[in-house]
Structures are given as structure tokens and as C-alpha cells.
Design a protein around this ligand. Structure first.
Ligand code: GAP
Length: 591
């Protein structure tokens, strides 16, 4: 299956297409049509069900624009850059590291310094993919990916469209921890748009400038909290570790999550836990597990906040595409916001039993410090207090020196009344570590769409269908009146549509063209079940029955209309299979 055929299907059947075609288009933006919007909504609901509801987490919704200081603190202003090279002939911008990767064996060229990238462009005589002009000798620049804007009419407050939903969670940590009753671990999720001014958006939904993320930030005490590994220890995963990637004959290794932790292939049990949960979730929504793997980031590839990271990757058109990332962000984010913001980003962790600890304290003699240091005396006393807590050894000599506003003050240790005291403490302030599963919803939708694509032959005719699972399919059931000129058949069909919609199912009513054509239309958009109301529905004695046809096998079964809403709802929820339905009701042999 070529990506062109998929793009054509996506456009023709209303899944997704480039935005503003009527205005010549705008690179990096996509619009979801009715089928695609429903598919995306269903993927998001499945994610919410697994990562918010079933994990016992809470979901928030933060603004998409945040003020500049947030991104100063997070490091995005300084480091969220890609390498840009501009063609001297046509002016087209390109990601310099991607151009290098395209012509070398390098997989993480973004980790190389700019002079090396410039040298590789020259050595490999790389040319502009747009017009063919040589790029050797062109300077490579750091380009910040954030979209900048101004907040308010005066234009003097700078803001940025968020490049990840995560920051909206981190900056509210002081309130969110109270909501979690100051108790670790707890998780906060968010599904919403993120924006990156990508240098060269490409491959349809894969690299866009506005996309949707579904992120979970789990806040843990690194010393005490452990994930429920037993729940996923038997889940089989395919891992491509950094060690294997660096080895000459490195390969994918298949093992269980339990083995991956025991053998230290995945060092963080929290990351391993989420790999297991994600593997099961990806399978549930229809990602082909033969075209799926987890790959560990190489050291130079990791984002500025991550101490370890594994990507979920799916194979599309012969390329491995990152569709989700699982990062151990340590205390990087909360410590940074604590440094820049004016609030408490720690959690007070109560000990099970009070502990007796030794604490270095000072009680400076202000009758000496006052006359000696004047207005600075109070700050000098505070600095001595902080130094005693931080570095008691500094008080071992006869004098001790502290810095206040760039000036040094030396004090006799006797005057500080330095002492080491025993104190009873009930707990301590901990800056939580963050473990983050982060999903690119559009890339997941794209994968589910591409992996569902099937071609076969039905009744001697070629057929294209999307084998989407009932949970994510845009439409669960299509209802067809066999003919439109028999009022009773139309009435039963219409009333069935109402009953199915009242049961919460997504229903399509189609009465145009012959039945075969209607089946093909639904097959192509992945509708798992089609119901036909025919003459037998009207003429048979007893309960009104209709035929239900399953998309993939085209098998049919006759079911009473009164049972249908509950039966189809059970199929959609995965509580029942079509084979169960066939056992319970009358199979129909196709003519
Ligand atoms: N908070 C962590 C974070 O943002 P990331 O790896 O930069 O990590 C997470 O992004 C996910 O977002 C990726 O795994 C990918 O699926 C998706 N993503 C990133 N950039 C994207 C883009 N330009 N277009 C579409 N999806 C993108």
C-alpha cells in the first residue's frame, strides 16, 4: 500500500486533507473531515479511558498560549531548536540534520554540533531537495520552533503557543498537589493542541505545525514510589535499546516487561510500566503489532529535560515513525519552575515514624553583626543560616565567609554560635520526579488508519476496506433499507436508526444505490457492521428480524431488531464477538 493511495483515500472519503486548499494551502496544517474527526475523537476517548480513568488520574485543560517566563524556565526558549539551512537559489528552508541523515548512515545527526553538520553537507555535496542547488558553504543556523505572539493590545507582553501540553501541567503543580491532597504518586493528563513551527513539515499528519498531544505527567517520590509492575510484567514487547543500536549487528529483542526490568534493559520501572500499558493500548486500538517497536533514544537524541526516553515507533511506508515518547524527566521541570516562579513546587512527605536527625544551626550575635555590617547584617545572618544547612564543614575554621549581593562578609565562627543539634522531624520536602508518556494523537490516528488498510476480493470483485476496530471506527453501524419504495421497510429502518442512536451508537443511514455498492462505501470508511432491512423483516411471522453483516469476513446473521441496540453496543465495547452473535442467532448463507 503506497502512501499516495492512503492520502487519496483520506481525502476522498473525508478523513483528513491539507488545510485551506481553496487559498493555495498552508504547509503543516491539516483539517479532519467528518470520518477523520470521528476516528480521532474515538482514539482520544480510548486514550482517556486507559490513561486517565483506569489509571485513576485526573485530566485538566490549560491554555495554549503561555507567557514568556514559563518557557525561559522550562528551557524551551534556549534549547528548543532545530538546525536550519536555507537554499541560496530558491530560498526554501530545510532541516540540515535530516538532509545529512538522508545521505549517510547517521540516525541522530541532530546531536552533532553545527560545524560538523556544515562539513557533512559539504563532504556529501548535498543539494537543495527543491531546486537542486548546492548547499555546501551555506551556514546552518539554530531555529527556535516556538510560535511567538504578544499578549494584550499593548504588545509589550511576550507569549508563546505551547510546544507541548506538559508545561500547562507543571506550572500549576502548586495547586494540583493540593487537589491530590499532597500525596504522591499522582498523575495529571491533558489532551490538546501543541504548536511547533517545523522547518519542513512532511509526510502528511506525521510532521505538522499544529498537532494534538495526549500527555500524562506522573509525579512520583523517586525514593519511595513504585509502579504496579505485576499488572504488566507478562506483556511481551519488542525493544530496540541504545546498546543494540550502537552494536554492529544490533537487533530488536523480544522480552516481557518483567524481563526488561530484571535485566536492566529498561532502567526505570516506571517507564517500563508505561511501555507495558501502552503496548496493550496500541494493540487495542488497532496498531499492527508486527509493525511496532519501542526504541530507546541515543544519548545525543534526548530532549533537554529527559534522563532516559523510549519511543513507541510504528512502521509506515517502510519508515519507522515515532508515535509516542516515554520520558523519565526527573525533577528537571519542577526544580526549574521553583527556581523561576514564586511558589512551592515540593510535596511534604510525612515519615511513617518521626526521625531524630542532626541539624547544623546558627544563632548569630546581632550585637556584633549590626555595628559591623550595618544594613546588610540581617542578610548576612540569613546567609550564615543557609550555609550551615548546606555545608556545615564551612564552620570548622576560626572564620566563615558568606556572599550577599556579590559582596563577601567574613565573620568569626564564635559570633555565629554554630552548633549541631538533634531534632525530631516528621517528614521532608521532596521535589517529585516526573515520568511522562506523551502521545502524538495525529500520528497515532495516521498509524491506525494506515495499518487498517486492506485489499481483498469479494464475489469476484476487488475490494478496499479499513479493518478498524469497533471502538475506534467512525461509524459503528450502517442501516440499509433494501428498497425505498416499500413504506414498511423504510419505517422499520428509520425507527431502527433512532433506537441505535438512542443506545449511543454512531449510525449511518444509507438508501442510495444497490446494496453491494452501499457495502463497499461503508467498507472503505471502516464501518464494522451493516444492517439490512429486507422483505423477510416485514413478511416473517413473529419478531421483526434484520441481517447484520460483518465487514472483514462479510459473514451475516439474522437478529431481532429489539435485540440489536444491546448486541451492537456489546460488540463495540468488545464484550461480545461476531462469532458469539452467530452462535446466538441464525446464520445467513449469502446467495
Ligand atoms: N512532552 C514531551 C514531548 O512533547 P515529543 O517527543 O517532542 O515530546 C511527543 O512529542 C509526541 O508528539 C511525539 O511522540 C509525536 O508523536 C508528537 N509530535 C511531535 N512533533 C510533532 C509534529 N510536528 N507533528 C505531529 N506530531 C508531533
Amino acid at each position: 500500500m503506497t502512501s499516495e493511495a492512503l492520502t487519496e483515500l483520506a481525502k476522498r472519503r473525508g478523513f483528513f486533507f491539507g488545510t485551506a486548499g481553496a487559498y493555495g494551502g498552508v504547509a503543516g496544517f491539516y483539517t479532519y473531515g467528518p470520518e477523520g474527526a470521528a476516528l480521532k475523537r474515538n482514539v482520544e476517548s480510548a486514550w482517556r479511558d486507559r490513561f486517565t480513568v483506569r489509571e485513576g488520574n485526573e485530566e485538566i485543560e490549560a491554555p495554549t498560549i503561555l507567557p514568556e517566563p514559563v518557557f525561559e524556565a522550562s528551557g524551551h526558549l534556549d534549547t528548543f531548536n532545530d538546525m536550519l539551512v536555507e537554499c541560496p537559489e530558491c530560498g526554501e528552508s530545510h532541516r540540515a540534520d535530516h538532509l545529512v541523515e538522508d545521505v549517510t548512515d547517521l540516525e541522530d545527526a541532530e546531536s552533532l554540533p553545527i560545524p560538523e553538520i556544515e562539513a557533512l553537507i559539504a563532504d556529501h555535496e548535498i543539494t537543495c531537495p527543491n531546486c537542486g542547488a548546492p548547499l555546501a558553504g551555506e551556514s546552518v543556523e539554530e531555529f527556535n520552533l516556538m510560535f511567538e505572539t504578544t499578549i494584550g493590545p499593548g504588545g509589550d507582553q511576550s507569549g508563546y503557543l505551547r510546544p507541548e501540553t506538559a508545561q500547562g501541567i507543571f506550572i500549576e503543580f502548586p495547586r494540583l498537589k493540593e487537589y491530590a491532597r499532597n500525596s504522591l504518586p499522582f498523575g495529571i493528563t491533558q489532551i490538546g493542541p501543541a504548536y511547533r513551527n517545523e522547518i519542513s513539515p512532511r509526510r502528511g499528519l506525521v510532521r505538522t505545525r499544529e498537532f494534538t498531544q495526549a500527555e500524562l505527567e506522573t509525579f512520583v517520590d523517586p525514593e519511595r514510589d513504585e509502579p504496579d509492575l505485576a499488572a504488566v510484567e507478562d506483556v511481551e514487547v519488542r525493544l530496540y535499546s541504545a546498546v543494540e543500536q550502537s552494536a554492529e549487528d544490533g537487533e530488536l529483542v523480544e522480552m516481557t516487561i518483567g524481563e526488561a526490568v530484571a535485566e536492566n534493559v529498561v532502567t526505570s520501572p516506571w517507564v517500563a510500566y508505561y511501555l507495558g500499558v501502552a503496548q496493550q493500548w496500541f494493540e487495542r486500538i488497532g496498531v499492527d503489532m508486527d509493525r511496532f517497536r519501542f526504541r530507546q533514544h541515543l544519548a545525543g537524541e534526548r530532549a533537554h529535560y529527559a534522563s532516559d526516553c523510549w519511543d513507541a515507533e510504528a512502521e509506515l511506508d517502510g519508515n519507522w515513525i515515532e508515535i509516542a515518547g516515554f520520558s523519565y524527566r526527573s525533577d528537571y521541570d519542577l526544580s526549574k519552575h521553583a527556581e523561576y516562579a514564586d511558589d512551592d513546587f515540593t510535596v511534604f512527605q510525612q515519615y511513617d515514624e518521626p526521625k531524630t536527625v542532626e541539624r547544623a544551626v546558627v544563632d548569630p550575635d546581632m550585637s556584633v553583626l549590626g555595628p559591623e555590617f550595618g544594613g546588610a547584617a540581617g542578610d548576612v545572618a540569613d546567609a550564615l543560616d543557609a550555609l550551615a544547612a548546606r555545608d556545615p564543614a564551612a564552620f570548622e575554621g576560626e572564620t566563615v565567609t558568606v556572599e550577599v549581593d556579590g559582596d563577601s562578609y567574613t565573620v568569626d565562627v564564635d559570633v555565629t554560635n554554630f552548633a549541631v543539634e538533634e531534632q525530631t522531624v516528621n517528614g521532608e520536602h521532596v521535589t517529585p520526579h516526573v515520568v511522562e508518556p506523551s502521545f502524538g494523537v495525529d500520528r497515532v490516528v495516521n498509524t491506525v488508519f494506515a495499518h487498517a488498510y486492506e485489499e481483498d476480493e469479494v464475489d469476484g470483485e476487488e475490494r478496499t476496506y479499513l479493518a478498524l476496530g469497533p471502538e475506534v471506527a467512525p461509524t459503528t453501524v450502517a442501516v440499509f433499507p433494501l428498497v425505498t419504495n416499500e413504506p414498511e421497510i423504510v419505517e422499520i429502518s428509520r425507527s431502527l436508526v433512532d433506537d441505535l442512536r438512542a443506545a449511543g451508537l454512531s449510525v449511518n443511514y444509507d438508501d442510495s444505490g444497490n446494496i453491494g455498492r452501499r457495502y463497499r462505501r461503508q467498507d472503505e470508511v471502516g464501518t464494522p457492521y451493516c444492517v439490512t432491512v429486507d422483505h423477510e423483516s416485514v413478511e416473517r411471522e413473529g419478531a421483526v428480524t434484520v441481517t447484520v453483516r460483518e465487514r472483514d469476513t462479510t459473514a451475516q446473521v439474522r437478529v431481532p431488531v429489539d435485540d440489536l441496540p444491546a448486541e451492537l453496543d456489546a460488540l463495540r465495547r468488545g464484550e461480545r464477538s461476531f462469532a458469539d452473535l452467530q452462535s446466538a442467532y441464525e446464520r445467513v448463507t449469502e446467495a
